[in-house]
Structure formats: structure tokens, C-alpha cells
Design a binder for this molecule. Structure first.
Ligand code: BGC
Length: 820
């Protein structure tokens, strides 16, 4: 069928399939019955085509690093299925996920979205996720291919990565997704790879992806991440996103006529687009693009379970789990206690159906039997608290908010990120909007108003210009580098009085400076100071237990920015120290998208890392704290003692964050635990670390054979739960190559299994390895190569907790070309 459609298509029609129609849909060819399909972000939910922040509500699942911490492909596959149903509820046929870039440093703003520092763990979870999504008839889009391990200058930076590191560390998740999960789409990254944009990288997109791995799907660009006509199509990039066509359309038709692009190349790309449409069933029934909010009880239950399964208990002197009955007075403290930080920032954001903050979750778990007090103590937000309350928005044709509005609506949050304006008569390049609202302060004193805008905006308080985001506007970091840095203004306000706040917005007039988005975000807050920390300390002092919810939020852990350091932002470290000094029973619950330094670690009784676990946040936390379920998570990333112990942070700016447009991956394959183990840099918490509420005994492992042959080896380990609670245990299998001729990491993860066992129950962890698991990538011969000799199998609970080392001989040379 596809070939007959292609035969009937003009060159122009074939070309039309190779750019989006708009931000989220493809171009139909109605005369031949080729429908349009919709794509949607993203990894932790299906947002649909609306705004990043205020679209149709969607189910909010845990972020990537929280999934990485589950080490549970089965649950991740279930989440994939649920996400496919969510995508359908948004009329989408393609999900723009998963994100599988590697945690190269602790500072990548997008680490929260990615699974792990380890390619094997990443690949297993990606394969499970994609299998879940695609099993329901929705295409997954693995991203960002490749070398997008930082957000710094991400649209132009060249990630300079040697081939061996690419083959061993950065490409395997993509490779496995193609070979084992048959992923239907790949998204090229924004960055350049060794000097060439990945969207123009023939070696990457055609030689490796298609010829070696046998990829049958489509490659799409990241949004505005393709920059040329013949270079991208000749390299193997099928779909330019978003639409309408920028470098394709007439330009591509002309390039074919001029002989710069073969007609057969266009036909092959168009064919792959039609094949995608066929695979997602778009020819069978015309896709209905309507968007609905579908909030299912089974999804809520799955998210709650995943939240606990990814929660990593880093320290516990026995205080956890908390006994509900013995606690009279509980102080719930910290900037993440009453605010629900469900997810990271950037394109992965969705408008969640609902939120459950830790404070709400704890209240619900205790059913008011105890006295619960609360104090924030301090803030950690990068931007001023967004305005919440009734906002009337008037949209005008043309600039300057003149005449009668064309459209009026009310919203409840001061953040606007428009992909579509509410009326087709409004021109995104020539409209204006006036937002009016009232602000009634709870307390008297100085209040800070803040605003960041892609486009031009002014904020007035009682008609006085308070924040000027118009005069002298310059690009900063927000909204993917298209908005200014937040501008602020301070006003003394009286408690209880109603102030009129007005924001006037219009799009930028600048052109030719890259992407112009239309967005504005504004807010107001009363800064917290010494008195607020004091109040929190007092609250802790008057309680039997202090639960301290600290960390970051999606303004820090976000696309578009890297983190400035590995410390908790604001005065949180001080807050922890002071609360712990006032209450000997202090438990810290951390929410970050990666490691933080913990100078306060020895002063608190327990530390639980819960990442950003989605809409059931507070319930999942309460489940773990009160022992209804155990903390099932194990670290998917090494937590170094200090930032400078991180493998990418060498002090040389060319290695991180990059210099003169290049970031050199000088550490090669020594990423994460490969660096810590090999170079004897003791971590704060090793890769795979996490405590539970029970104990296990491990029996001596059994091997299916003592020699590696082409059929591989199975290692079986019996585990018995010898505690009195149900719990899970992770078994990791690393390979060590002591006789190596090339420099190799001390050990490399090649298999893992996680068992959940009832008290007294015994189960068997079965781990399988193949010849390639002994191999390194030999650049000279272009093949994975395992020399004959002696190897070791390292059976461990985490990278620093080795239980057994087993000698293994491999008498033959195994050479596996990349196409194998
Ligand atoms: C992100 C992608 C995302 C796309 C569409 C880009 O900014 O890098 O991951 O899928 O936007 O929202």
C-alpha cells in the first residue's frame, strides 16, 4: 500500500511529509488519504498540543532519574503502557520519549529526565519503557541522539567524544532500543557531535543507526534543531520539526531539481514517514486529534507504587520506618513540605491532574491522630513564586493593548507559554495581551515582584511600573534561552489591602536571532529571612520528630540550564543544621534531580531521596516513611562527596562546561562509578546504593558453565529475606578484565536483577551475560572485541559492596562487528 501511495505522490507531496505542519502535527496529503498525526512530549506524561504549563490536564508520572532508581524494568514497562493510553487521550500517535542521555556530570540540568550514569541500566529501562508504549500502538521517540549531556550552549555546542566512549557509554541505550525494542522514532539532539550537527551527521544517522543497527523508523530533529536542506536529508534526517517547513518545502524541491539531493533520498524518507503512519494505525482509522483529561485510578496506584520503588534510603540509624502510633507531635518543615514538586522543568512539563504535597500526604496518612505543625523555614526558588489566583486576560490585535479586546479569558496562574493563541485572528507576531489581577498580601512588608518574558512585557502595581521587561530587554536563560533573566522590583505592601497588578505583554520585534517564543511568567513573594528560619527551628524544638523536606524544583532541574553547583540552593544547608540541632529526631527527605553534597549528613537520623515522583508525591513519601512499603530505590548515579570528585569536573573548562563551542569528553569511558572505582575516588554513596527495611542473605552464586562460549553464561544467586518485613534486594553483575591490553574501567555493570521477597522467602536472581559483555570497542578494527584470557565476574549489591568475585576464563577471541 505504501509503495502505491508513494508512486502516486508528486515530489512536492513527498517533500511535504518531511516537515511538521505546525508545532505538534505532521502534514496530511488528503487526496491520497494520508492523514496527519500528532506528536506529544514527553517522558513523564503526555501533555498534548497545549501550553507547557496550562494545557489540558495530564497524568504526571515520575521523572527519568526516579525510574532509574527503581531498577525495575517491569514497572517501567507498565508505565510505558499507561503513557501510551495518555498519549491516546491527547490524540497523539507519537510520544517524544524516553530521554536516555547519560549522567555524565552531576550538573546537567536535564539529568532528572535521564535514567542513569550507566549505559546498561539506561538501556534496560529504555527497552522496557519503549516496549510498554509501542505495545499499545503508540510510537516512542528515543532522544536525544547523541551527546546531549549538558544544557550549556546546547543549540550549538560540539560534544567532542571519541568513538570508543560513544560505542561503550553513550550509544548503547539507543542501540538496544533499536535492536531489542524496535523503537519507531529517534530524535536527533541540538548539539554538534565532533563538530557536525547531529541532524546533519551521516555517520550517526545512516551508517551507525540504519546500516549497523538496522533501524527502520524515522529520525526527527529536535525542535528547531535542524539548520539546513541538503545536509540534513542526505545525512538521514527524515522529519524537520516543528513545522511549517523552514529548510525544506520549496527549498528541498529546488535542491532535488538542482541535483543536490537525489529524488530517491526524498522518496526513502517519505516512505519511512508513511511506514510510521501505518505502524501507528493512522491509515486504519483517521486519527482524532481531540484532547481529553483522563485520570485513571490504576494510573494513580502505579505512580504511587513507582514513587516508593524509586525512593532511595541513603541513611537510617533505625528511626525509619516511623511508627504511626508513637508520634505525638510532628514538625513538617522546609521549602518542599507544603509545595508539591512533582517534576522537572522544560519540555517534560505537563499540567498535572492534581498534586499531593508531602504535608498533605503525611496528614492523610496520620488521619489527624497526631499534631502536625508546619514551617517553610526558607525558600530555594530560582524565580519569584509564580502568581496564583484569578487573572483576567484580554487579547488584542496589534501591539500596545489598544481598542477592544478580541478575546477575554480567565486563568489561575501567572505563567503563559503559548503555542497557539486563543483566537485564529490573533497574529503571534503582532498581538498584545493585558493580564489583570488583585494581590492581597497576608503580611505587611517588602514584597518582591518578578517577571521573565520571551517577548516584551511590563508589570504595574497600582499603575506604577514595578518590573520593566521591555526597555533594554536582553536574552537570558529562561524559556530555553529565549526570555530575559528574571527582572525584579520591590514594593512595601500592607497586609489585607487589595493591590491591582497588571501585566502588558507583546511579542518580540527582533528577528533573525534564533527562535522567538511567546511566553511570560510573573510572580510575587515576601522574602523569607532570619525570622522564618527561627520560626522553623522553634517548630522543630516543640516536636517529637522533625521531617525536613528540602531539595530543588523544576526551576533548577530543568531543560535549558545546567546547575551552578552541587549544593542545596538558598539557606537550606543552614536550615538542616539548625533544625537538627533543635530536634535530635530529624529526618531529611531530599528532592533533587541528582547528587548534592551533604555536609550535614552525620547530624540527621535518616535521609530519603525521592527525586520528582509525579502526582502521588506526598502519598508515596508517606507510604515509605511510615513503612507501608519499603524504600525500593537504589542510586542510578554515584553521589560524589564533592563536585570536584565528579568524573567530568576536572577543573579544565574545555572538559566541562566547554570552551570555544566545544566540550571535550576527556574522561573517556571513565564516567560515574567507572571513574570512582578505577581512580579510587571514594564516593559519598556508591552507584546502586540504597537501604531497605529488611535484611537478606546471599548464597554462593552458581554458574551455568565456567567458560565463556558464544552462548554466554548464566549466573544464579539465591537470596533469602531474613528480616521480618517484605523487601527487595538488588543484585548487580559486573565484569572485570584484569588482563586487559587497553585501559578499561575497574568493573562494568553487565546485568542486574531485583527481587522482592516476603519475610523468610527465598528467590533466585538470574543474570545472563554474553561474549559482548566481556568486550571493549576496538576502534582500529571497528568491532567489539574480547581477548582470550581470564576475567572476573563481580557479584555485588552496589558498586562498593562486592559479595563474590568469580574467575572466568574465556579461551576464544570474540570479535563482534557493530552490525552484529
Ligand atoms: C526538547 C525535546 C522536546 C521538544 C519538543 C525540545 O526543547 O529538547 O526533548 O521533545 O523540545 O517539546
Amino acid at each position: 500500500m505504501i509503495d502505491s501511495i508513494l508512486d502516486q505522490m508528486t515530489l512536492e507531496e513527498q517533500v511535504s511529509l518531511l516537515s511538521g505542519a505546525d508545532f505538534w502535527t505532521t502534514v496530511p496529503v488528503e487526496r491520497l488519504g494520508v492523514p496527519k498525526i500528532k506528536v506529544t512530549d514527553g517522558p513523564n506524561g503526555a501533555r498534548g498540543a497545549g501550553s507547557l504549563v496550562a494545557g489540558v490536564k495530564a497524568t504526571c508520572f515520575p521523572v527519568g532519574i526516579a525510574l532509574g532508581a527503581t531498577w525495575n524494568p517491569e514497572l517501567v514497562s507498565q508505565m510505558g503502557k499507561a503513557l501510551a493510553r495518555q498519549a491516546k487521550s491527547k490524540g497523539a500517535a507519537v510520544l517524544l520519549a524516553p530521554t536516555v542521555n547519560i549522567h555524565r556530570s552531576g550538573l546537567n540540568g536535564r539529568n532528572f529526565e535521564c535514567y542513569s550514569e550507566d549505559p546498561m541500566l539506561t538501556a534496560e529501562l529504555a527497552v522496557a519503557y519503549i516496549g510498554g508504549v509501542q505495545g499499545e500502538g503508540i510510537a516512542a521517540t528515543i532522544k536525544h541522539f547523541a551527546g546531549n549531556e549538558s544544557e550549556i550552549e546546547r543549540q550549538t555546542m560540539s560534544s567532542d567524544i571519541d568513538e570508543r566512549s560513544l560505542r561503550e557509554i553513550y550509544l548503547p541505550p539507543f542501540e538496544q532500543a533499536v535492536r531489542r525494542a524496535g523503537v519507531m522514532a529517534v530524535m536527533s539532539s541540538y548539539n554538534r557531535l565532533n563538530g557536525t550537527y547531529t541532524s546533519e551527521h551521516h555517520w550517526l544517522l545512516t551508517k551507525v543507526l540504519r546500516e549497523e543497527w538496522g533501524f527502520q523508523g524515522i529520525v526527527m530533529s529536535d525542535w528547531f534543531g535542524s539548520h539546513s536542506t541538503e545536509e540534513t536529508i542526505n545525512a538521514g534526517l527524515d522529519l524537520e520539526m516543528p513545522g511549517p517547513a523552514r529548510d525544506r518545502g520549496e527549498k528541498l524541491v529546488a535542491a532535488v531539481h538542482e541535483g543536490k539531493v537525489e529524488a530517491a533520498t526524498v522518496r526513502a524518507a517519505a516512505r519511512r514517514m508513511l511506514l510510521l503512519l501505518e505502524r501507528v494505525g493512522a491509515f486504519e482509522s483517521k486519527p482524532d486529534l481531540t484532547e481529553r483529561a483522563v485520570d485513571l485510578p490504576e494510573d494513580r496506584a502505579l505512580i504511587r507504587r513507582l514513587g516508593a520503588e524509586g525512593a532511595v534510603l541513603l541513611r537510617n540509624d533505625g528511626i525509619l520506618p516511623l511508627a504511626k502510633t508513637s508520634l505525638d507531635r510532628i514538625a513538617v518543615i522546609g521549602p518542599n513540605a507544603a509545595s508539591a514538586r512533582l517534576m522537572g522543568g522544560g519540555s517534560a512539563q505537563i499540567a498535572a491532574h492534581y498534586t499531593v504535597s508531602p504535608l498533605e500526604g503525611i496528614r492523610a496518612a496520620l488521619a489527624n491522630a497526631n499534631s502536625i505543625s508546619h514551617a517553610a523555614g526558607c525558600r530555594h526558588n530560582r524565580l519569584i513564586d509564580v502568581f496564583k489566583g484569578k487573572i483576567t486576560v484580554e487579547y488584542f490585535k496589534g501591539r500596545g493593548c489598544k481598542g477592544n479586546p478580541l478575546h477575554v479569558e480567565t486563568v489561575d496562574k501567572g505563567e503563559f507559554f503559548w503555542f497557539e493563541l486563543p483566537s485564529g485572528e490573533l497574529d503571534p507576531a503582532d498581538f498584545s495581551a493585558r493580564m489583570t489581577m488583585q494581590f492581597v498580601p497576608e503580611e505587611s512588608g517588602d514584597h518582591v515582584f518578578g517577571m521573565t518574558n520571551a517577548g516584551l512585557a511590563r508589570l504595574f502595581v497600582d499603575s506604577a511600573l514595578t518590573v520593566d521587561g521591555h526597555e533594554g530587554w536582553t536574552r537570558g536563560e529562561n524559556y530555553f534561552g529565549t526570555a530575559n533573566d528574571e527582572q525584579r522590583g520591590t514594593v512595601a505592601l500592607e497586609a489585607g489591602r487589595a493591590y491591582a497588578v497588571t501585566v502588558e505583554y507583546e511579542p518580540s520585534t527582533a528577528s533573525g536571532e534564533g527562535i522567538n517564543l511567546i511566553a511570560v511568567r510573573f510572580g510575587v513573594e515576601k522574602p523569607l529571612g532570619e525570622a522564618d528560619i527561627e520560626a522553623a527551628v522553634e517548630t522543630a524544638r516543640n516536636a517529637d520528630l522533625a521531617l525536613l523536606f528540602v531539595g530543588r524544583d523544576g526551576e533548577w532541574d530543568t531543560e535549558g540550564l545546567d546547575l551552578p553547583d552541587m549544593r542545596l540552593p538558598g539557606r537550606q544547608e543552614e536550615l538542616i543544621e539548625r533544625v537538627a540541632a533543635a530536634n535530635a529526631n530529624t529526618v531529611v527527605v531530599l528532592q533533587t534531580g541528582g547528587p548534592v553534597e551533604m555536609p550535614w549528613l552525620g547530624k540527621v537520623r535518616a535521609v530519603l531521596q525521592i527525586w520528582y515522583p509525579g502526582q502521588e508525591l506526598g502519598n508515596a513519601v508517606a507510604d515509605v516513611l511510615f513503612g507501608d512499603v519499603e524504600p525500593g530505590g537504589r542510586l542510578p548515579q554515584t553521589f560524589p562527596k564533592a563536585l570536584t570528585d565528579n568524573s567530568a569536573i576536572t577543573g579544565d573548562p574545555a572538559v566541562y562546561p566547554g570552551k570555544d563551542g566545544h566540550v571535550r569528553y576527556a574522561e573517556g569511558v571513565f564516567v560515574g562509578y567507572r571513574h570512582h572505582d578505577t581512580h579510587a575516588v571514594e564516593p559519598l554513596f556508591p552507584f546502586g546504593f540504597g537501604l531497605g527495611y529488611t535484611r537478606f542473605s546471599w548464597a554462593e552464586p552458581r554458574l551455568s558453565t565456567g567458560e565463556m562460549g558464544s552462548e554466554g553464561i548464566t549466573v544464579s544467586v539465591d537470596l533469602t529475606n531474613i528480616g521480618d518485613r517484605a523487601g527487595s534486594e538488588l543484585v548487580q553483575l559486573y565484569v572485570r578484565s584484569p588482563e586487559t591490553k587497553v585501559e578499561r574501567p575497574d568493573k562494568e555493570l553487565r546485568a542486574f536483577a531485583k527481587l522482592s521477597l516476603q519475610p523468610g522467602e527465598t528467590g533466585t536472581a538470574v543474570l545472563k551475560i554474553l561474549p559482548r559483555d566481556l568486550a571493549y570497542f576496538d576502534v582500529e578494527t571497528g568491532a567489539f572485541r574480547a581477548e582470550p584470557g581470564n576475567y572476573q565476574l563481580v557479584v555485588a549489591a552496589n558498586a562498593a559492596d562486592i559479595r563474590f568475585v568469580i574467575d572466568l576464563s574465556s579461551p576464544l577471541t570474540h570479535v563482534l562487528p557493530p552490525s552484529h
